[in-house]
Write a protein that binds this ligand. Structure first.
Ligand SMILES: C[S@@+](CC[C@H](N)C(=O)[O-])C[C@H]1O[C@@H](n2cnc3c(N)ncnc32)[C@H](O)[C@@H]1O
Length: 476
């Protein structure tokens, strides 16, 4: 080791110690707030909990939480059973539909077109189907009209989606899209929904957090990597007809007055705002919501615009539109450039300051910058991502306080993360920022059993457990 390397390592060790000390101090500070809740299993806080829930299980949105989780919070906290709920990161609308089923009005904000499309089509389907709509869908299931349809309607292909389907599947999708255009707008929306729901299962790809993973049968094998096999790749016709049957059966059972069929008629309104919550939140009315139930992207480098690329291409987005979308998303990937938050909203200085002055975060930021300067980070944009994540989240939190009624609660699902050997207690850092901005931290509910780290991190630094929590904050 050179003198310089030695010097650097002792500085890094000192900073790590300081981070450990500050983390321990904050843990002591929040000691009475932490509570392990057995009900909050990994299943209930994730999409897994929706597996058997009609309509919620049509489209597998891996980043979703379950309707059961929303019901739990809305029914276990007073004030959560009436009025109006907001989810600024609505995803496929779990909060919105689960709240609406309890006769609570729900507003959602979602930026990603796949989430928007699922929500809008579910809303359309909740209005029910006419007998002629049902007959049309039954005809599609029985006669598979795309098979003989002469006209193909191609769709966008990105660099990262090229070769995602076998030639037979590609041909079937294009004919399906051709035949689809003969139908009414409503039927088209349902056929498109079914198509989006099966895309992954008929492709050579598997969604894998940061990117799309390719099955070796695609012929795309990265040199030096172990060939990956995703298991059965479904053929188009059985996959799409099964999905259409499932949707039709779930929807038609709305109209049957029996509790055997579990999709209730909704009696209250759902409003979806399409766009970035950073832009939309400032336009929402002050003190107008009774609760916020949400889960933002985690600070874990997961890139939704990559993992949902098949769907975004199918929805007609261009490569440039996807790149722009990536920049608009809450910063959680190494590709996110810094956002000019004060340009979005000049009132946000105190929120940004709150993030800048959070003591533990300050040390973490310095540590990551030093690691970058020493060339040890596996990606040099990690410090920018972490700083951006917390500044943007501080602005979201500040806006959430503003739009909540006094004493109303915010429930947030989020994961802690780890970079360059240092655990980042996202739960305590965000709770501390929330406290500075005017929330009382009522509880930090811990999901039992801790999650590991990325294989890369584990190899280098060993396994350190990471908390997954639901924060319960109340507007003071
Ligand atoms: C963890 S997921 C939430 C899933 C949701 N709870 C559900 O059950 O479907 C986070 C969501 O935030 C969305 N998102 C990311 N950046 C956003 C932004 N700036 N404005 C609005 N939504 C955003 C993502 O597209 C993603 O759907």
């Amino acid at each position: 080791m050179t003198f310089q390397e030695n010097e650097f390592e002792s500085q890094a060790a000192e900073l790590r110690d300081k981070i450990t000390t500050l983390d321990a101090e904050l843990t002591e500070d929040f000691k009475s707030k932490f509570l392990i809740v057995p009900f909050l299993s990994r299943k209930i806080v994730s999409f897994q909990g929706n597996k058997d829930k009609p309509a919620y299980n049509w489209y597998k949105y891996k980043e979703a939480f379950s309707a059961g989780l929303v019901e739990y919070f809305l029914s276990n906290y007073e004030g959560g059973t009436q009025g109006k709920v907001l989810d600024p990161f609505a995803g496929i609308g779990t909060t919105l539909f689960a709240a609406s089923e309890r006769s609570i009005h729900a507003d959602g904000i979602e930026l990603l077109p796949i989430g928007q499309e699922i929500i809008q089509t579910r809303l359309l389907l909740q209005k029910g189907l006419s007998s002629s709509d049902t007959a049309t869908l039954e005809r599609w299931i029985a006669f598979q009209p795309w098979k003989e349809f002469p006209e193909r309607v191609p769709f966008n292909i990105f660099r990262i989606t090229k070769g995602a389907y076998s030639s037979e599947t590609l041909d079937a999708i294009e004919r399906y899209r051709g035949a689809m255009h003969q139908e009414s707008e409503k039927i088209q929306a349902i056929l498109r929904l079914a198509l989006l729901c099966v895309l992954e299962s008929i492709s050579y790809t598997r969604k894998d957090g940061q990117y799309l993973r390719w099955d070796a049968r695609s012929g795309k094998i990265r040199p030096g990597t172990k060939p990956f096999n995703k298991g059965e790749i479904l053929s188009f016709a059985p996959a799409i007809t099964a999905k259409l049957k499932e949707i039709l059966s779930d929807v038609t059972s709305y109209e049957v007055p029996t509790t055997l069929f579990p999709i209730p008629q909704t009696s209250s309104d759902i409003r979806l705002f399409e766009g970035s919550c950073l832009e939309i939140l400032p336009a929402l009315e002050t003190a107008s919501y009774d609760a916020i139930m949400t889960s933002p992207p985690y600070c874990n480098r997961y890139d939704y615009t990559r993992t949902y690329a098949l769907e975004l291409a199918m929805l007609g987005l261009t490569q440039t539109e996807v790149s722009n979308l990536r920049q608009e998303m809450l910063s959680c990937t190494v590709e996110n450039r810094e956002k000019d938050l004060l340009k979005i909203c000049p009132n946000w200085s105190p929120f940004i300051e709150a993030a800048n002055h959070q003591r533990l975060l300050k040390r973490i930021n310095t540590y990551l910058e030093n690691e970058k300067a020493a060339g040890i980070l596996n990606n040099n944009s990690i410090p920018r991502m972490v700083r951006g994540y917390f500044s943007e989240m501080a602005c979201v939190i500040g806006e959430c306080i503003r739009v909540l009624k006094p004493n109303a609660r915010l429930f947030m699902v989020n994961d802690n993360v780890r970079y360059a050997g240092v655990g980042i207690s996202v739960d305590m850092i965000l709770s501390d920022i929330a406290r500075t901005l005017g929330f009382e931290v009522e509880k930090i509910l811990v999901v039992p059993g801790k999650k590991g780290n990325s294989s890369q991190q584990m190899g280098t630094y060993g396994r350190i457990p990471l908390r997954k929590c639901v924060y319960v904050w109340r507007k003071r």
